[in-house]
Design a protein around this ligand. Structure first.
Ligand SMILES: Cc1ncc(CNC=O)c(N)n1
Length: 231
C-alpha cells in the first residue's frame, strides 16, 4: 500500500506554485484568513472598518487596471498562446463591472468614493504595482503576481461564503464578487498560465517571481490591517 502511494507521488510532480504555497504556508494563510476576513465570516465586522476597506479598495482597483493593461501587453508580446490574452481580457472586463459595483456599494453604505485620501499601506501597494508595470519586468513575473493578487481575494471571500459561515446578509454581495465559482475558475486559469511560464523560466526569473509573490502576500496583509485601522 505504502509503496503504491510513493509511486503515485513520484508520478504527479508538484508544480512550482504549489511548492511555493507549501513553503510560504503561514504567510499565505495570513493573507487569506486575516482577522478582518474572520470578522466578516463570523458577523462581528466593524462597519467603519468595512467602509474604510471599501474606500481604499476602490483606489487600489483604479491602480490595478493599468497594471492589468501592462500584463495584457506583455502577454501579447511574449506569449504565443492566445488563451493568455483571452483570460487576461476577461479579467479586465470584470474590472469594468467592478467599478459599477463599487459605486452601487458605496451608495448603499453612504460612502463617497471621490476625494478619499489613500492610506500608507495602499500607497505602498500601488507603488509596488507601478514597479511591476515597467517593461523591464518579465511577463512571467507580472502574470504570476497578477494571479496572486486575484487569488488572495478569491480565497479570502470564498471562505466567507462556505457552509458554517455567519456572514451578514448586507456583506454577501461583496463576498460573492470575488468568492463566486466563476472567479475561482478564472483564478485557476491564471494559475495554469503562470505555471506554464514558470516551468520554462530561468532560475533567476523564478527567484524574482517567488519574491514578487511574497511581496503581494505581505502587501495584502498590510491592506487588511489598514482596513481594520491598525496601520
Ligand atoms: C487589495 C486588493 N487585492 C486584490 C483585489 C482583487 N482584484 C481586483 O479587484 C482587490 N480588489 N484589492
Amino acid at each position: 500500500m505504502e509503496r503504491k502511494d510513493e509511486a503515485e507521488e513520484a508520478k504527479s510532480k508538484v508544480s512550482v506554485i504549489e511548492t511555493w504555497l507549501r513553503k510560504h504556508r503561514l504567510l499565505y494563510v495570513g493573507a487569506t484568513r486575516h482577522p478582518f476576513i474572520h470578522s466578516i465570516r463570523d458577523g462581528s465586522v466593524d462597519v467603519s472598518s468595512f467602509k474604510r476597506w471599501l474606500e481604499q479598495d476602490y483606489i487600489f482597483v483604479r491602480a490595478f487596471v493599468p497594471f492589468v493593461a501592462t500584463v495584457l501587453l506583455k502577454a501579447w508580446k511574449e506569449s504565443f498562446d492566445a488563451t493568455d490574452l483571452d483570460v487576461i481580457l476577461s479579467g479586465m472586463a470584470s474590472l469594468n463591472d467592478e467599478f459599477a459595483w463599487f459605486n452601487k456599494e458605496a451608495s448603499k453604505w453612504g460612502v463617497s468614493l471621490t476625494n478619499v485620501a489613500p492610506q500608507k499601506a495602499n500607497l505602498d501597494y500601488c507603488r509596488f504595482l507601478e514597479s511591476l508595470m515597467s517593461s523591464e519586468v518579465e511577463y512571467t513575473v507580472a502574470i504570476t503576481a497578477f494571479w496572486a493578487i486575484e487569488t488572495v481575494y478569491q480565497d479570502s471571500f470564498a471562505h466567507c461564503l462556505e457552509d458554517g459561515s455567519n456572514t451578514p446578509e448586507e456583506l454577501r454581495d461583496t463576498c460573492q464578487r470575488w468568492g463566486n465559482d466563476g472567479f475561482g475558475r478564472y483564478c485557476h486559469a491564471l494559475q495554469s498560465i503562470a505555471e506554464h511560464h514558470l516551468e520554462k523560466a530561468s532560475d533567476d526569473v523564478r527567484k524574482r517571481t517567488e519574491a514578487a509573490v511574497l511581496d503581494v502576500l505581505e502587501y495584502e496583509v498590510a491592506f487588511w490591517n489598514m482596513s481594520q485601522g491598525d496601520t
